[in-house]
Design a binder for this molecule. Structure first.
Ligand SMILES: *Cc1c(COP(=O)(O)O)cnc(C)c1O
Length: 197
């Protein structure tokens, strides 16, 4: 996935023209504004939300994105599920979801705690119709990423989930070695971002 957050349509357009299909944004509003017209021209592009989702942005997120990588609490999962069902959105778009796991148990970071993954995953399966296809993590910056990628891989095997959203510009080689299926690459493609996100 090419992570296009903070980058303009002008920067992104050569990559679209080359035929790339999967793009990631970390903010709902920015993703909506940037991609609404591009998606009309390239309907087969898949947009991925890789940043935290607030309840009041769920409807706009579902309008904008095909895949959400940051499911991490019941309230948001329920709200997404109800919004899809109440608005018959599943008739128009096939949504996919990842559960974000806080593999480093960092208090400030989003993601399901390791001790709560089992309960949360089973709740999602039993209480929602969301199509959970995999797990996502962002390793702590000061630890070897492989430890965390391996934790994520083991969990995914345990739940028979085929997709692993892991690996960014600094650690994608390790992520590939650990079996990543979705690298999330921004600066290695575009160069440094102006704003720190
Ligand atoms: C910004 C971002 C990326 C891409 O980061 P780079 O280091 O620029 O590759 C990947 N994942 C998430 C969740 C991000 O917010």
């Amino acid at each position: 996935m090419v992570v296009s957050k903070t980058f303009t349509q002008e920067k992104i357009s050569p990559i679209i023209i080359k035929g790339h299909k999967d793009f990631g944004e970390n903010k709902v509003q920015e993703g909506f504004e940037k991609w609404k017209d591009i998606k009309k021209i390239y309907p087969d592009i898949k947009l991925h939300l890789i940043g935290p989702l607030q309840s009041n942005k769920v409807n706009l997120a579902l309008k904008t994105f095909d895949c959400i990588h940051t499911i991490d609490r019941k309230k948001i999962a329920k709200k997404i599920n109800d919004s899809i069902e109440n608005n018959f959105l599943a008739n128009f778009k096939k949504f996919n979801f990842f559960i974000q796991i806080n593999t480093g148990s960092e208090p400030q970071k989003s993601g399901v705690k390791l001790s709560e993954v089992d309960e949360f995953y089973k709740w999602c399966v039993n209480e929602t119709n969301l199509k959970i296809i995999g797990l996502m993590c962002i390793p702590p910056i000061n630890e070897p990423p492989k430890t965390h990628f391996n934790i994520l891989k083991e969990l995914a095997i345990n739940y028979d989930l085929p997709q692993l959203s892991m690996g960014m510009s600094n650690d994608y080689a390790e992520a590939i070695e650990c079996g990543s299926t979705f690298l999330r690459l921004g600066s290695v493609i575009f160069g440094k971002r102006d704003k720190t996100i």
